[in-house]
Design a protein around this ligand. Structure first.
Ligand SMILES: Nc1ncnc2c1ncn2[C@@H]1O[C@H](COP(=O)(O)OP(=O)(O)O)[C@@H](O)[C@H]1O
Ligand SMILES: [Mg+2]
Length: 264
């Protein structure tokens, strides 16, 4: 469903600030995949998402979504297929708008341009949808979103993303800013929605246990490259210790091959 071929991203090319953020990555994501993405700060995880989502143009390479070349498709068009959720709970919703107004905006996006207005039928539908979140928002349709906690807001963002009917989800550390209890609530809702709506998902997380527990495939990024790609049974056998060991081993191999190169 998503095919990435040899994409790279260089920021400020040809200047003293030149930064190769993504270095010739290939990635084939199948329909229904739930891929967790790990890697240290600055390894290129968010940049990869920005390239997939069309926030930045690629420096080179090709991105195909459902067999359509979207390499140069603007972000707002890709957003009909790709739903994104960020770490900051204030990003996905409009604070000064009510819950119902936020929801109708997301719902309209899902209806792809059909003329739709907020009425009592829609309100009843939104109420039902909000009940699924199990955090009491169904009785607060007219409250401004700015009144909600970070956890409530991120749960609402998740629901709105689903209402906009994407085929694919890009989750960029979307529970990292929440306390452990709310992080777990949002994570549980995430897996529930992914299954219910058959969403192909890429999820960046700093939580190694989450990266192992969730999804059918795990990739690790380092210095703009994918250095580890584990799936299926092999992924099920992973532990945090094994994952850290693998990382060390790969890094050491790189180091020793550099040494070999430098050896006389
Ligand atoms: N908009 C940008 N302009 C310049 N450099 C950027 C930009 N976005 C990311 N980078 C650089 O690209 C590298 C990868 O960043 P990022 O993708 O945010 O890493 P991660 O999400 O894995 O922490 C970093 O060195 C970062 O400073
Ligand atoms: Mg990031």
């Amino acid at each position: 469903m998503l095919n990435i071929e040899q994409i790279s991203k260089v920021f400020y090319p040809g200047t003293v600030n030149e930064k190769v953020a993504i270095e010739y990555i290939d990635l084939r994501v199948l329909e229904g995949d739930f891929i967790t993405v790990v890697g240290s700060n600055g390894s290129g995880k968010s940049t990869l998402f920005n390239l997939i989502g069309g926030t930045f143009p690629v420096t080179s390479g090709k991105i195909t979504l459902n067999d359509k070349d979207v390499t140069h498709t603007p972000e707002y068009k890709r957003a009909f297929t790709i739903g994104r959720i960020f770490q900051d709970p204030t990003v996905g919703t409009a604070a000064k708008m009510s819950i119902e107004d936020n929801m109708i905006t997301a719902y309209k996006k899902g209806m792809k341009g059909l003329k739709i207005s907020l009425n009592n039928t829609k309100r009843a539908y939104f109420k039902e949808e909000l009940k699924q979140l199990k955090i009491g928002l169904e009785d607060r349709l007219k409250d401004n979103v700015g009144l909600l906690s970070g956890g409530q807001r991120q749960a609402l963002t998740l629901l709105m993303t689903v209402l906009s009917k994407p085929q694919m989800l890009l989750l960029d550390e979307h529970t990292a800013a929440l306390d452990p209890r709310n992080a777990q609530i949002v994570m549980d809702l995430t897996t529930e929605f992914i299954e219910k709506y058959h969403l192909t998902t890429l999820m960046v997380t700093h939580n190694m246990q989450h990266a192992i527990t969730y999804g059918n495939r795990l990739i690790m990024m380092d210095e703009g490259k994918i250095i580890l790609d584990v799936r299926g049974e092999e992924k099920k056998q992973l532990t945090v210790l094994k994952l850290v060991d693998l990382f060390k081993k790969i890094k050491h191999q790189e180091y020793s091959s550099d040494e070999d190169l430098l050896a006389p």
